[in-house]
Design a protein. Structure first.
Length: 254
C-alpha cells in the first residue's frame, strides 16, 4: 500500500492507495513544530481507525510546503514505516517539461497538481488550489507546465480583515444569505465569498483568452467547495487531485 502525504501550511492531507485506487484519506491541522515521533503517533492512530496498520504501508511519498516538517516526515518514515519516503523536490521525474525560470521554486503541491491535471486532461488545463494561498497552475496544449498565479488565500484575507478592523467580528465562512448583507457578519461573508469568486473568474477569463475556451478548469483544496459554487468558470472540484498527483509522481520515480 502506498502512503501519499501533502503537508500544507494549514492542513496536512494524506491518503493510502492500493494500485490506482484510493483506499482512504484524512486531513489534520498542520503544526510546524511537530516531531517525527508525534507525526508517527498521529499517523498510526488515524490509520488504525480504518483498520490499516503501519506494516501495511510498503511505500510512501511526501510533499511539504513547510520546510521544518519535511525532515520530520522523512525521519518518521525511517523509524515507523521502515523505509525511505520519497520527497517531492528537484530531480524528480515529472513526465513533462517545466517552462519555469527556476523549476526549483515550484512548490511541491503545485507540481503534484500539474502532474495530475496533465495526466487527466492532457492540456490545456488549469488547476485552482484553494489552500493557504489560492494557486493557479497551468498546463499548456503541448502538456508542458507553463507556470502559475498565486493569490493570498481566503482564510488569510479574512483574518487580516477582522484583525485589522477593531470592531469587525470573527466570521465563519458559511454561505451568504444574499449579495447584500443585512448584518455585519453577512456583509463580510458576502464580500469574501463573492469577492473571491469574482476575482477567480476574472483571472480565469484572462487565462482562457490566452489558452483558449477549450481549456479544462478544475479546483481542489480545503476551501474549494466553499467558493466554487459562486464561480462561473470552474468545471468541477476534485478533493483528491494533489494526492493523485503524488501517486503519479511516485510511480514515475520508483
Amino acid at each position: 500500500m502506498l502512503l501519499a502525504v501533502d503537508v500544507g501550511n494549514t492542513q496536512t492531507h494524506f491518503g493510502t492507495f492500493r494500485g490506482d485506487a484510493l483506499v482512504e484519506h484524512w486531513r489534520f491541522a498542520t503544526i510546524a513544530q511537530s516531531t517525527a515521533d508525534e507525526i508517527g503517533a498521529t499517523l498510526r492512530n488515524l490509520l488504525e481507525l480504518r483498520g490499516i496498520g503501519m506494516a501495511d504501508i510498503s511505500a510512501s511519498i511526501v510533499s511539504s510546503t513547510v520546510p521544518t516538517l519535511a525532515p520530520e516526515w522523512l525521519a518518521m518514515g525511517e523509524r515507523y514505516l521502515g523505509h525511505t519516503m520519497l520527497e517531492v523536490g528537484p530531480g524528480l521525474k515529472t513526465g513533462m517539461a517545466l517552462r519555469y525560470d527556476n523549476p526549483r521554486e515550484i512548490g511541491a503541491d503545485r507540481l503534484a497538481n500539474a502532474v495530475a491535471i496533465r495526466e487527466r486532461f492532457g492540456g490545456p488545463a488549469i488547476c485552482v488550489d484553494f489552500g493557504t494561498s489560492v494557486n493557479f497552475d497551468i498546463v499548456g496544449a503541448d502538456g508542458d507546465f507553463l507556470g502559475g498565479i498565486l493569490v493570498p488565500g481566503v482564510e488569510i484575507s479574512l483574518q487580516a480583515l477582522t484583525s485589522r478592523g477593531a470592531r469587525l467580528p470573527q466570521v465563519d465562512l458559511l454561505p451568504p444569505r444574499g449579495v447584500i448583507g443585512k448584518s455585519t457578519v453577512d456583509a463580510i461573508r458576502s464580500g469574501v465569498i463573492y469577492g473571491f469568486a469574482g476575482a477567480i473568474d476574472g483571472i480565469l477569463r484572462r487565462l482562457l483568452d490566452e489558452l483558449g475556451d477549450d481549456t479544462d478548469v478544475i479546483a481542489t483544496g480545503g476551501l474549494a467547495r466553499t467558493i466554487v459554487p459562486y464561480t462561473e468558470l470552474i468545471d468541477e472540484v476534485d478533493d483528491l487531485l494533489t494526492l493523485t498527483g503524488l501517486r503519479l509522481l511516485y510511480e514515475r520515480n520508483s
